[in-house]
Design a protein around this ligand. Structure first.
Ligand SMILES: [Zn+2]
Length: 297
């Protein structure tokens, strides 16, 4: 029986902006001792494959400072970190490299840090957070120790759709999309369900589709709607996309299609990225996962 997991992807703005600290004379004997750890083979691999080409830090060691203290979290295991590093590179970073023709796009726009947490982050209402992005600078991936690299659907649902989702946020925060987008759903209180309300209002994906949302979470805001359309489109086959549209029925379908048209043109015109091409590349790379050696560096 397939376990159904509710999830929420929460984008947290950095609330620390604008807070400055008064400078006092510091005691030269700091009480904060820097934790040093032995370099591993993964560190060397990451230097060659993340830092040098993209200037991205792939942080797999648990750091209190980088973690959300609201949750009980555990570190990612070394083995899972190795697998995740290879998968993120193959399925996400190199997909964009392939269609843009260079590593520059990722180097310029992708968050500078990917942070791994071994355990999921549970909310009080039973939802679980799979990924967060903060101010365009860092993506956190949770539940890494539960990752099963042989289950591509679950990989997508839990991690790679999340990464495309968060990356699309950075793109629209860099160059805004047309305000026409939000007019399609409408901006009234009954059209958008802020926070966790989307999970209550749309008890099933089918209910959300019929209301013109590609996912339940897409009902949260125009920005979430926009990036859910992009990330779900590029990580699913044309057949899956069509079946979602048929579930949506006449009204839901026309709203989703109209919104997707805006997202598609935006990616094409602003970033020179054809989402059909990106999907083709992402799906081909997904199909390559079973034959990849994910454990040897
Ligand atoms: Zn989001």
């Amino acid at each position: 029986m397939k376990k159904i997991v509710l999830f929420a992807i929460v984008a947290l703005g950095c609330m620390l902006a604008g807070v400055s600290c008064a400078e006092d004379d510091l005691n030269p004997n700091s009480v904060i001792v820097e934790v040093t750890s032995e370099p591993t083979p993964l560190d060397a691999w990451l230097y060659d494959n993340f830092v040098t080409p993209y200037n991205i830090e792939f942080a797999y060691r648990y750091q209190d400072m980088e973690s959300d203290m609201t949750y009980n979290l555990t570190p990612a295991s070394y083995e899972k970190a190795v697998q995740m590093a290879k998968l993120v590179r193959h399925l996400c970073l190199q997909s964009y490299d392939e269609i843009t023709g260079s590593e520059e796009f990722i180097r310029n726009y992708f968050p500078k840090m990917i942070y791994l947490v071994g355990s999921p982050a549970y909310n009080n209402n039973g939802t679980v957070i799979l990924g967060t992005a903060e101010g365009g600078t860092k993506i956190t991936l949770y539940a890494v120790n539960r990752m099963d690299p042989t289950d591509v659907d679950l990989l997508n649902e839990w991690y790679f759709k999340t990464i495309h989702h968060e990356f699309a946020h950075i793109l629209h925060q860099t160059k805004p999309y047309s305000t026409d987008f939000d007019q399609i759903t409408g901006t009234s209180e009954t059209s958008r369900y802020v926070g966790n309300a989307c999970w209550d209002v749309y008890a099933t994906e089918s209910a959300a589709l019929k209301a013109g949302f590609i996912s339940r979470y897409a009902a949260t805001s125009a920005d979430e709607d926009f990036v859910e359309l992009i990330s779900i489109y590029v990580t699913n086959t044309a057949a899956t996309w069509s079946s979602k549209l048929s579930t949506a029925g006449t009204t839901g379908r026309s709203m989703i299609e109209e919104k997707f048209e805006i997202a598609y043109k935006y990616m094409q015109n602003e970033w020179n990225i054809d989402l059909d091409q990106l999907r083709e590349v992402v799906l081909r790379r997904q199909a390559e996962v079973p034959s990849m050696d994910l454990d040897t560096l």
